[in-house]
Structures are given as structure tokens and as C-alpha cells.
Write a new protein. Structure first.
Length: 258
């Protein structure tokens, strides 16, 4: 069996046409033909989108625009495309879509959401297992990651933006995420959901088992991120206009120890 491929291509800015070209080349390199699919679901990251509080913590609309153009380049058998996401619990997804600039896309494409009660199920210390379980029912055909600008610093509210100028593409989610971990000098074996996915046979974590192609190298990107800070910042310590309450989980009966 050959090595899983992860493509690294440079994208210095959020030019939709440049992004379209990069993703189209990635699809061709991975031998994927969008027109062969009847329905395509795109899962962006819009847990929190705000131009002041979280300006770098969501998938930018320009990236989605370029991705959608790449998927619809063929005039025949154009697939139905749905953009689906659920933002943070108790936060209206439509509001986050508006803040993210997605409403300008909805005239062309559908938007789907997940109910809070579905999203919150096992969204606790079982989260790593839940993430890997999702591969059983929703294994992705293609991963395209917006790393033109990335965020670091704990979570969507505490993040700091850094320009990386990169788009990553792959068909294997574990190999893709392993390369992402190495980009930021993190051992993927120490990321619980990646370790679990690897143990279940979903993909490799070792760079020797991954073929990295594109117009830049992992080593060059690692040089750029060598002094970037990944330190954790408590969400309730963020200086913003959002009140955040943090503390120990509240249990009513059935909790171990009382």
C-alpha cells in the first residue's frame, strides 16, 4: 500500500480566484472528480466568528468561495452543494454565518445546521472518542484546510492570528492532521483523538508513512512557525464584551463520588 498524500500549496492572501486554482490542482493531483458526485457536503469551522473578538478563528468566506468555484468548474453533472455547520451551543448559527460573511454565498448554495442537543451529546471528556466515531459515518472524501491565516492560543475567543499563507489538501484525515501537528512542532501521538484514530486504523501519524507534495516543504513551514506561541489562555480571562462562566461540571445524581 502506498503512502497517504498531503499537499502543501502556498496561498499568500484570500484571493478567491487564487484559492480556486490551488484547490482545483489539488483535486486533480488526488484524482478526485467533483462532477462524479451527486451531492457534496462542506463542513467549515464557524464555531465562533467575530471580526474583533475572533477574527482568525473561522473558515473565511473567500476560502469557501474559491473552494465552491473549484468544485463547480465542470459544466456537466454539477453536484448539489450544502454548507453545514453548528456554532457554539446557545449561539445562533445564522448569526455566526452572518458575522463570517457567509450570507453572500447562500443565494447559490444551501446551508444546514445541527441542533444543540445533537451537538452537545458527549461533548465532554468523551469528545476525542466522539470525533473518531464520526469517521464511521462521515469519512471525508477530501480535506481542504484554510491556513492562509491561522489562530493559536487556546480556543476561538483567546486565539491570536498568524499569517501562514498555506492551503493543505488530502484524502486521509489522520495523515492530514498529523502534518498539521508537525507544522506547529506538536507530536501527533500526544493528541488523543489522532492517537485513537490511528489505533483504529484510519491513517498514519509517522511522517515516513506520509507523502508530502506541493510547492513548499514542511521544513520551510516549520521554520516560519518555530517561534509561534501555542500557550493556553483561559476563556474566562479574555478581555472582550462576552461574559464567560467557567467552573467545575455540575452533576445531579449518578456522578462518581456522590
Amino acid at each position: 500500500m502506498g503512502r497517504e498524500r498531503v499537499i502543501l500549496r502556498q496561498a499568500p492572501d484570500y484571493d478567491p480566484e487564487r484559492i480556486r486554482s490551488v484547490i482545483k490542482k489539488g483535486l486533480e493531483e488526488l484524482c478526485l472528480v467533483p462532477s462524479s458526485y451527486q451531492h457534496i457536503t462542506i463542513k467549515p469551522n464557524v464555531v465562533m466568528a467575530h471580526r474583533k473578538v475572533a477574527p482568525s478563528a473561522y473558515t473565511r468566506p473567500e476560502f469557501l468561495d474559491g473552494l465552491l468555484q473549484a468544485l463547480q468548474d465542470s459544466d456537466c453533472n454539477r453536484p448539489q452543494i450544502t454548507i453545514t455547520e453548528k456554532c457554539g451551543a446557545e449561539i445562533p448559527t445564522t448569526r455566526m454565518f452572518r458575522r463570517a460573511g457567509y450570507f453572500k454565498l447562500k443565494k447559490k448554495h444551501n446551508i444546514g445546521i445541527l441542533l444543540d442537543r445533537e451537538r452537545i451529546w458527549n461533548h465532554n471528556y468523551h469528545l476525542d472518542e466522539k470525533i473518531v466515531d464520526l469517521l464511521e459515518v462521515g469519512y471525508p472524501d477530501f480535506i481542504a484546510t484554510d491556513a492562509v491565516e491561522i489562530s493559536m492560543g487556546g480556543n476561538h475567543l483567546t486565539q491570536q492570528g498568524y499569517p501562514l499563507g498555506l492551503i493543505l489538501m488530502a484524502k486521509n484525515p489522520v495523515a492530514h492532521d498529523a502534518v498539521c501537528a508537525h507544522l506547529f512542532h506538536i507530536d501527533p501521538h500526544k493528541i488523543p483523538h489522532l492517537r485513537l484514530a490511528h489505533e483504529r486504523g484510519y491513517g498514519p501519524l509517522e511522517l515516513e508513512q506520509i507523502e508530502i507534495t506541493g510547492d513548499t516543504s514542511l521544513e520551510k513551514m516549520q521554520e516560519r512557525t518555530s517561534d509561534w506561541k501555542t500557550g493556553f489562555i483561559r476563556v474566562d480571562a479574555v478581555d472582550c464584551g462576552i461574559e464567560v462562566l467557567a467552573g467545575e461540571p455540575y452533576c445531579t445524581g449518578g456522578c462518581h463520588g456522590g
